[in-house]
Design a protein. Sequence first.
Length: 202
Amino acid sequence: MSQAFPLDRILEAAIFAARKHQGHVRKDDLGSPYITHPLQVARVLWDIGGVRDPQTLIAAILHDTIEDTRTTPAEVREAFGEQVLEVVLEVSDDKSLEKMTRKRLQVEHAPQLSKSARLIKLGDKLVNCRDILENPPSDWTMTRRKNYIQWGADVIAQIRGTNAPLESAFDRMLAEAEIQLSFSIQAFETVENRPWGPSNKK
């Protein structure tokens, strides 16, 4: 007999994240409530990626709580366990570092991520890049939008082979971005030429 899917834990994570992100908004022109982002990430994992692992879905919903709110690792551990905490920490940037350093580290560290963290990274980059393509912040230049999507492509290049449906969805987004923004995604082999490339380590 298969184990029942813990919907109550998924909903508990959604409520926890909503409280932690309360008052936060996305950078899009609509000022969307921030909680829509982690929920969208969990949804693409479920709908597109076919992800059914509850711990991965919970971590997806919580993935920005430690990085972007005052949530402590202890809070996440107490509410959702050590396994979820470890995944959330894997996908959390150190905000004390300069932005370009954080971008470089995401590219460099991607191959070392666990399977759950890779799935969340795929979902996160798909949702974020779609947003930058379809509903960008009003103050973002065309160059900034192109660079963001190129950076997302570089991160995903490091974790190919994780989930074919999610990667296909990401590739469709890239193809659409190339058309709409009139540019070409550069191969990962040229990453050294970009500001977030390993050669720019300080």
